[in-house]
Design a protein. Structure first.
Length: 433
């Protein structure tokens, strides 16, 4: 598990430190403030590899950049590491020696549709060649592009490391080894309607443009649809469900081959939970994924699940209100400093805001009412006029009549602002008459 992460002279801040909670860590903040940047660094801290093989470099002219982190490995002991960037070697040093601490099965759902996976059984072991007895290197991690998830991942010698969603879907179904049943159960659990409206696999079929390959389908209310033709949101969740089942299934196969024990820890890094998802899905997906991963750990007699995820969605935060655990969960927000020159991270004290509108105005998003900018401007002008603060009123909203017309154009008749404004407006109208 990742416990702390400190960065100096790197990214959007001269120094930033996060103390991660044991179970759930949610990160909010405006675009461009470094949420994905923190996930990439978290992945590197846990695995000593770069997600999608894209190393993070300090900016031009930056001196003395460093990454410091602490992790809890298999033994339960805290291990601290510090790396500095060498401009001469264009790398982070000192070079890691030995195996990184075994922090469990680590999954990273990237925003580009790709995934990164680190398996303590398949990426740490070094087998020996039967003839030469020399170590046979294994990949340090599995780096899936969006295409690789569907079509398969190969190593440098063009051998398959993973057959991909399309082929495994059908192979698992035909083998009847339990993987397909697990996939169906995970899809059902992650569906926007849950068990009442599940994502259900249909029959496989030939699709023009895909040769002789059988393509899986999904059962929709209007018929079966090839998975390639599913919506972006459905494809993303299908990919996540497949990746979870593939990683866990392959991990257990390797565990069985070696006579070892399944991982008792899972770490999930997840960038923009809500990407492509309808609001109905946004308010169910995070609790559902947490429950799915906890079930896998329970199967392995494990107890430790850590999630580090980013979101822009008030509904995602609202969805966790019944499930939040103050002693194991944390909420962070990235925001610009008062001078607007650097990014600061703030750990927000968790509170229930009830619904998406409440969360919009919470410290996690710092927005005004959930209305249009024009409505917000009109209400601000109305507030100022009612308070007698008329010196800063906009030129086109400088009296009760103009403000009233603006409110009529931007608010519906049942908006809760009307009871505050109408008595004042009627009094003003009565006075001017």
């Amino acid at each position: 598990m990742l416990e702390t992460l400190t960065i100096r002279n790197l990214g959007p801040s001269p120094e930033m430190k996060l103390y991660f909670a044991q179970r759930l860590n949610l990160i909010t903040g405006d675009n461009g403030l470094g949420k994905t940047f923190l996930l990439d660094l978290s992945w590197w801290s846990l695995t000593r590899t770069w997600a999608d093989d894209k190393m993070i470099h300090p900016g031009f002219g930056v001196q003395d950049s460093s990454i410091e982190y602490s992790v809890q490995g298999k033994t339960g002991q805290n291990q601290q590491h510090t790396y500095s960037y060498s401009k001469e070697d264009e790398s982070w040093s000192p070079a890691p020696k030995g195996k990184p601490p075994i922090t469990g099965l680590i999954l990273y759902a990237r925003l580009d549709g790709g995934f990164s996976v680190k398996d303590p059984e398949r990426n740490y072991w070094r087998d020996k060649d039967e003839v030469t007895q020399k170590p046979i290197p294994r990949p340090e991690s599995f780096q899936f592009s969006k295409k690789d998830i569907w079509e398969g991942l190969k190593d440098n010698s063009d051998k398959f490391l993973c057959r991909g969603l399309v082929e495994d879907w059908e192979t698992w179904r035909l083998k009847g080894n339990g993987a397909f049943e697990m996939l169906k159960e995970v899809l059902k659990h992650l569906s926007p309607g849950g068990r009442d409206l599940p994502i259900t696999p249909g029959t496989s079929t030939r699709v023009p443009g895909h040769g002789l390959q059988d393509i899986p389908t999904l059962v929709m209310p209007y018929g079966e649809v090839p998975i390639h033709h599913a919506s972006a949101g459905v494809r993303r969740i299908i990919s996540l469900a497949y990746l979870i089942v593939w990683a866990w299934t392959e991990h257990k196969i390797e565990v069985g081959n070696r006579g070892s024990e399944p991982s008792k820890k899972i770490v999930l890094l997840w960038d923009e939970i809500e990407a492509h998802l309808h609001p109905q899905w946004q308010r169910t997906i995070l609790p559902a994924v947490v429950q799915v991963l906890q079930r896998l750990l329970k199967e392995a007699d494990g107890t430790d699940l850590q999630v580090i995820a980013t979101t822009h969605a008030p509904l995602v935060l609202a969805s966790m209100e019944p499930h939040w655990q103050e002693d194991t969960d944390s909420l962070f927000n990235l925001e610009l400093s008062e001078d607007g020159k650097q990014v600061e991270v703030e750990e927000i004290i968790w509170a229930k805001f009830g619904d998406a509108s409440g969360w919009l105005t919470s410290p996690a998003f710092d927005m005004g009412p959930g209305n249009s900018p024009e409505a917000e401007t009109a209400m601000k002008a109305a507030d100022d006029l009612m308070a007698g603060e008329t010196e800063d009123l906009p030129g086109d909203l400088n009296d009760a009549e103009s403000i009233h017309k603006a409110l009529q154009n931007t608010l519906d008749g049942a908006d809760p602002y009307w009871p505050m404004w109408l008595p004042f407006y009627r009094q003003q109208t009565k006075t001017t008459r």
